[in-house]
Unconditional design. Structure first.
Length: 276
């Protein structure tokens, strides 16, 4: 019996070459959330998701567009964890989804853009409205060359369109010949490729392929820029938002906290928008 006990003790001491078997730590469980909605907010959400996932291997953040209306509906009905919108909630949305919580992640100016061949450099909001209602049809009426104005806008699910409708159009009807596009990128591309075209996009979509018009505000020409939105001088400015159903928790909260952190707000500025 004594020999059996000694043999057992001896085996325990040398069974691993004298080393203790290291304990294994389970890999962290992957956490997933979905973010959908506004194509204006989309580049901020995507870059922030990529940066967050690089630092947190357990996180899986799926980001997609579809428009502000689709984003609000998705988070309100529970098919997405976070909804993106480039406008505030409509009264009907507040009534239908009373528990949505708003997070302002950035600020933005809506830039009115034209094809680079258009000779006009500035317009008043009244002149822009006249173009989009169809009252003004040719650039020569605005001091430009004899060229038909091609009106480019956004589809009905767009938060950018909703804000433009309230701020510039004052709820007036759009001209029936307006070409409706489903994203900022599509508007920019169409304006860049179409002689005489005019459109509107978020600040983050401006580049050399289009010309951004200055807004004539009571005789003062104000260009769309981070500086003029920050100062409050640019007249067509808004907030960019994310919504959750109830207060954010878990990965959704961590992701939103990251976007609102200095690192996240740096991404906002790198994407051409104004920090919240």
């Amino acid at each position: 019996m004594a020999l059996l006990v000694l043999a057992t003790l001896f085996t325990g001491c040398v069974g691993n070459g004298g080393e203790t078997t290291p304990s294994t730590t389970a890999a962290p469980t992957v956490q997933s959330i979905s973010v959908t909605g506004s194509t204006t907010v989309l580049p901020i959400a995507q870059k922030a998701a990529e940066s967050y996932m690089d630092a947190n291997a357990y996180a899986d953040i799926q980001v997609s567009g579809g428009g502000s209306g689709a984003g609000v509906q998705a988070v309100g009905e529970g098919t997405a964890d976070i909804g993106m919108a480039s406008r505030d909630l409509k009264a009907a949305e507040k009534e239908k989804y009373p528990d949505l919580v708003q997070y302002v992640v950035a600020r933005d100016g809506i830039a009115v853009i034209v094809n680079p061949a258009v000779a006009v450099n500035s317009l008043t909001t009244e002149q822009i409205k006249a173009i989009y209602t169809g009252e003004t049809k040719n650039w020569k009426e605005l001091g430009g060359s004899d060229m038909t104005i091609v009106v480019i806008g956004r589809d009905s699910s767009s938060g950018t369109r909703e804000f433009f409708s309230e701020k510039v159009m004052e709820k007036a009807d759009y001209v029936s010949t307006q070409l409706e596009k489903n994203s900022n990128g599509a508007v920019k591309q169409t304006v860049a490729q179409t002689p005489g075209a005019i459109g509107y996009v978020g600040l983050g979509y401006l580049d050399a392929t289009v010309k951004a018009l200055k807004i004539d505000a009571d005789g003062t020409l104000v260009e769309p820029s981070i500086e003029t939105v920050t100062s409050g001088d640019y007249p067509i400015a808004r907030t960019l938002n994310m919504f959750t159903k109830g207060e954010a928790s878990g990965l959704s909260k961590d992701y939103l906290d990251y976007i609102l952190s200095p690192a996240g707000q740096k991404i906002v500025e790198e994407e051409g928008f104004v920090s919240a």
